[in-house]
Ligand binder design. Structure first.
Ligand code: SF4
Length: 174
C-alpha cells in the first residue's frame, strides 16, 4: 500500500507506545513540540515569489539595515523543494495563479505562506478581470502583511507573528 515507505505515525504515538500510560508521554511530547517549534521558527527557508513593486520593499527588508538574519530567515531559496515559507510579494494575475499553486504544492511540509502587501492580501486597488482578489482564494495564507507597499518594519512584524504561529502550533514530523 505504501510501497517501500513506512508511514510516520507521529512522535506522540511512538513515545506512548514506549512508555505506556505513565503520564510521562504527554510531558515528553509537549517538550518535544517546544523544541521542534523553536528550531523551525529560527530556520525559515523562504521562497520569494515576487511579481511587482512590493519587491523593492522585500529587498529593502532583506538588506543589512533591517537584517532578517536575526530571525533566522536570511537565506532565500529559489527552489520550492528547498523552502518552507512562501513569500508572495506583489500583484497576482489569474494567468499567474496556476504557477503560484504549483509552487505551493512543490514546497516541503510543513509549510507556511505570507501574503506581502495589499495586492496579495485582497487584490488591492485593482478591480478588474485580470487580478486575483487575494491569494487566499488559491492557497492557504498564514500571515497577512498590509500596506502598499508595507514598510520593512511591518514586514518584520509579520515575520515575528509567523514565528509565534510556528512555535505554538502542533509540530507534525513528516
Ligand atoms: S501593494 Fe502596492 S506596492 Fe505592493 S504590489 Fe500592490 S501596488 Fe505595488
Amino acid at each position: 500500500m505504501f510501497g517501500n515507505k513506512v508511514p510516520w505515525i507521529g512522535t506522540d504515538r511512538i513515545i506512548n507506545m514506549a512508555l505506556g500510560n505513565s503520564g510521562l508521554p504527554s510531558f515528553l511530547t509537549s517538550k518535544l513540540d517546544v523544541a521542534i517549534g523553536w528550531a523551525r521558527k529560527y530556520s525559515i527557508f523562504q521562497y520569494p515569489f515576487v511579481t511587482a513593486c512590493c519587491g523593492m520593499e522585500y529587498m529593502a527588508t532583506a538588506c543589512s539595515h533591517y537584517d532578517v538574519d536575526r530571525f533566522g530567515a536570511g537565506l532565500p531559496r529559489f527552489s520550492p523543494r528547498q523552502a518552507d515559507v512562501l513569500f508572495v510579494v506583489g500583484t497576482i494575475s489569474h494567468k499567474m495563479a496556476p504557477v503560484l499553486k504549483t509552487i505551493y504544492d512543490q514546497m516541503c511540509d510543513p509549510k507556511w505562506v505570507v501574503a506581502f502587501g495589499v495586492c496579495t492580501c485582497t487584490g488591492g486597488f485593482y478591480d478588474n478581470y485580470a487580478t486575483v482578489m487575494g491569494i487566499d482564494t488559491i492557497i492557504p495564507v498564514d500571515v497577512y502583511i498590509p500596506g502598499c507597499p508595507p514598510r520593512p518594519e511591518t514586514v518584520l512584524d509579520g515575520l515575528i507573528k509567523l514565528q509565534e504561529k510556528i512555535q505554538h502550533q502542533r509540530q507534525e514530523i513528516v
